[in-house]
Write a protein that binds this ligand. Structure first.
Ligand SMILES: C[S@@+](CC[C@H](N)C(=O)[O-])C[C@H]1O[C@@H](n2cnc3c(N)ncnc32)[C@H](O)[C@@H]1O
Length: 298
């Protein structure tokens, strides 16, 4: 163990180099490293990976060994030769064919989120998202900035789906929803279109995109359509009541700053929004995972 100064310097370097770790992950997904290793069904040496990916020997060797140190790959030495294989993490979450693959979400983060984060200081200065600075796309109409091409829209949608392949079960098990025969998961243009009739509405990762004012408009629309005794399930990553933690949710909140008009909120902030739209019987379930659930009644 080193001195407290050593520890502080170590922590500083870990934070400063964090983006390099993200890029190793993103580039490996982009190039298909985890896919060729999953398809090979046996450990491959660097030359075999190079041949399959059509990449440089030098770059591939460095990337594979770094992945191994980050526990994204396993290394086996046989007859003085090094062979690489996916770890459980990469075969479960990174290989394209896995039912819980997060590949599209990582590609979306690499190509969109990361670029908006490159303008975090400007976002903090201006208090608004950075699509214009990152992509030259005006952000006045958030929908067209977020879905600025069909390929982008599809990647984002697939990525959102991938997150639910891992996190969905826990969120939906948070409350007994069997009392609600017809459930409507709201998406699309819910600010304009008539809302379908349902016993329970779900707003998952929607309110965090919007200002309090826009959230209130949407919640009032839902409250007017929802039958008395009906419910609204809000799925979001909840901040601690003092707003200072968990750090992942705070980072998501900054992500809402660089990418949307919203922020992550505390349970009390959601309660205020829901109550002022006419909902009551507010219940919060922290799932222990990234996303939590709030059930309110009309
Ligand atoms: C972050 S996605 C969440 C999707 C889904 N509920 C989930 O959790 O995977 C935000 C949703 O808001 C909808 N939406 C409605 N109006 C929007 C707007 N003006 N800009 C962006 N998204 C909008 C999108 O269609 C999309 O379904």
């Amino acid at each position: 163990m080193g001195s407290p100064q050593d520890h502080a310097y170590h922590l500083l370097n870990e934070y400063a180099n964090g983006f390099m770790v993200s890029q190793v992950l993103f580039a490996s997904c982009e190039l298909g490293v985890f896919d060729v290793l999953a398809e090979a069904r046996e450990a491959l040496d660097a030359a075999a990976v190079v041949a399959r990916l059509g990449t440089s020997s030098r770059g591939t060797q460095l990337l594979l060994d770094t992945c191994a140190s980050l526990k994204l790959l396993k290394v086996e030495v046989r007859g003085g030769k090094v062979f690489y294989q996916n770890t459980e993490l990469s075969s479960t979450y990174l290989a394209r064919g896995s039912p819980t693959s997060q590949r599209n979400m990582l590609l979306y983060m690499a190509r969109t989120t990361y670029r908006c984060w490159g303008h975090l200081a400007e976002a903090v200065r201006e208090g608004k998202n950075q699509y214009l600075q990152a992509f030259g796309v005006p952000s006045e109409e958030l929908f067209s900035a977020i879905y600025r091409s069909e390929a982008e829209r599809l990647r984002f949608m697939r990525g959102l789906q991938e997150v639910w392949s891992v996190a969905g079960r826990r969120v939906l098990a948070a409350f007994d929803l069997s009392q609600f025969p017809v459930i409507c998961d709201l998406g699309g243009d819910f600010f304009q279109d008539p809302l379908p009739e349902a016993d329970l509405y779900i707003l998952a990762r929607v309110l965090h995109d919007w200002t309090d004012e826009r959230c209130s408009q949407l919640l009032q629309r839902i409250q007017r359509t929802c039958r008395p005794g009906g419910g609204l399930l809000v799925v979001e990553s909840l901040l601690a009541e003092d707003g200072r933690g968990p750090v992942t949710t705070q980072l998501y909140s900054l992500n809402m700053l660089v990418q949307t008009e919203g922020q992550e909120r505390t349970p009390a902030q959601y309660r205020t929004l829901l109550a002022s739209a006419g909902f009551h019987g507010f219940q919060v379930k922290k799932t222990g995972a990234i996303y939590d659930a709030i059930l309110a009644r009309n």
